[in-house]
Design a binder for this molecule. Structure first.
Ligand SMILES: CC(=O)SCCNC(=O)CCNC(=O)[C@H](O)C(C)(C)COP(=O)(O)OP(=O)(O)OC[C@H]1O[C@@H](n2cnc3c(N)ncnc32)[C@H](O)[C@@H]1OP(=O)(O)O
Ligand SMILES: O=C([O-])CC(=O)C(=O)O
Length: 373
């Protein structure tokens, strides 16, 4: 029995090799192709990190400039995809919109051969903010927006499409860091979904569509939205503390805390926390950031549970005027890079992923005719 519980959720079991990322190893505990997350968040552009993950090495200056131009040129939406997006109601969850948008794109720009995989991954990276914001602005405000902007960064472009004006330097900087932090995380649930799908030799759009479905859940990417809904209910740190103690008493899950691999801290949290603090000062926030810090303190004091990547993303995104339901879709715009890198890796050394199950159902028994049941 103890063995069954331990192995639930495949925890602690290796499911394969990867050259892309380490999680929970020495140092800061998170590296992308050998580069430490802290250094990447401080020094890199997201487009450089995307290049690193998808193509294996950091780009030289010319390669980076070329990549940025390529992404800029690939932001347009086919008319048939716009038509589909216009059919999706305003109360749909935006993760469902991305799932449908990716799937539709797979019908319009189908991956035919393995050699096309890089081009399709780059296209998805360029076009995902367009899919989301075209639907959002049309369904909520009746506007058919132009999705091609001059913005050089994916993060700045995203905010530009959302708000209809170029992002401030501070907001573009925070989006850059956020997209880097969310880009890759080894065999997490959504990436594993993508790899399982890739292992059947399916197409890239199917792998990404499945991964979006896995990321949507509140135990994974959906936790940033759930954390925002939770902290926005409380108007002071004292109220937050009372409510959290009550939730812990009732054995409720506190969204944005804990992790399947990290045991003491998630190295991404302190990085986005510092930006959330700066944004709080920038907008003159009077309580939301303080509420977040108090929840963090109480969770550590009571349970030795720490904020994961999602918790401080909630207040950071909120301070940039991003609607809560778009939080997890931003995660998609970033994690696409990790998913696609893993799809490539799986394809390069493939064997169909097909584990076994321990049967715990009824013993073999006799068929009962329907009249006798
Ligand atoms: C980007 C990301 O996807 S990061 C993860 C985002 N998800 C969340 O923030 C959702 C909240 N967190 C959780 O549900 C979990 O911590 C998970 C899903 C992330 C990890 O789950 P597990 O690997 O099963 O967690 P773990 O084995 O560390 O749990 C140990 C104990 O702490 C408890 N625990 C873990 N996280 C929490 C939490 N956020 N709130 C309350 N209790 C928790 C578990 O219930 C478990 O208690 P038990 O031993 O009495 O059953
Ligand atoms: O690794 C995990 O299980 C979840 C996570 O933090 C991520 O996907 O970024």
């Amino acid at each position: 029995m103890a063995e069954t519980i331990k192995s639930t959720g495949l925890r602690g079991q290796s499911a394969g090799n990867t050259e892309i990322c380490t999680v929970g190893k020495s140092g800061s505990g998170l590296t992308y192709r050998g580069y430490d997350i802290q250094e990447l968040a401080e020094k890199a552009r997201f487009e450089e990190v995307a290049y690193l993950l998808l193509k294996g090495e950091l780009p030289a200056r010319q390669e980076l400039n070329g990549y940025i131009s390529q992404l800029q040129r690939s932001r347009g939406l086919p008319e048939a995809l716009k038509k589909v997006l216009e059919q999706i109601p305003s109360d749909a969850h935006p993760m469902d919109v991305l799932r449908t948008g990716t799937s539709m794109l797979g019908n319009l720009e189908t991956e035919q051969r393995l050699e096309e995989q890089q081009a399709h991954a780059d296209r998805l990276l360029a076009v995902m903010p367009s899919v989301l914001n075209y639907w959002y602005r049309y369904s909520h405000f009746g506007e058919r927006i132009e999705t091609e902007t001059d913005d050089t960064s994916v993060g700045g472009h995203f905010l530009h499409l959302l708000h209809g004006k170029p992002a401030s330097d501070l907001h573009a900087r925070v989006m850059n860091v956020s997209l880097i932090l969310y880009a890759e995380h080894e065999f997490n649930a959504s990436t594993f979904t993508a790899r399982v799908c890739a292992s059947t030799l399916s197409d890239l759009h199917s792998c990404v569509t499945g991964a979006i479905g896995s990321l949507r859940g509140p135990l994974h990417g959906g936790a940033n939205e759930a954390a925002m809904e939770m902290i926005s209910r409380w108007s002071s740190p004292d109220e937050a503390e009372r409510q959290i103690l009550g939730m812990l008493e009732r054995k409720d899950k506190i969204m944005g805390f804990g992790h399947a691999i990290y045991r003491e801290f998630d190295p991404r949290s302190a990085i986005i926390q510092a930006w959330a603090r700066q944004l709080a000062e920038d907008v003159g926030d009077t309580h939301l950031y303080a509420v977040s810090e108090r929840v963090d303190e109480v969770m550590w004091r009571e349970k030795k549970l720490f904020p994961n990547a999602d918790f401080y993303h909630a207040s950071a995104y909120h301070f940039m005027g991003i609607p809560t339901k778009l939080f997890t879709p931003i995660f998609v715009c970033s994690r696409l890079t990790g998913w696609c890198a893993h799809i490539f890796e799986q394809r390069a050394n493939n064997r169909i992923i097909r584990p076994s199950a321990d049967y715990v159902g009824p013993e073999k028994r006799a068929w009962v005719p329907i009249e006798q049941r």
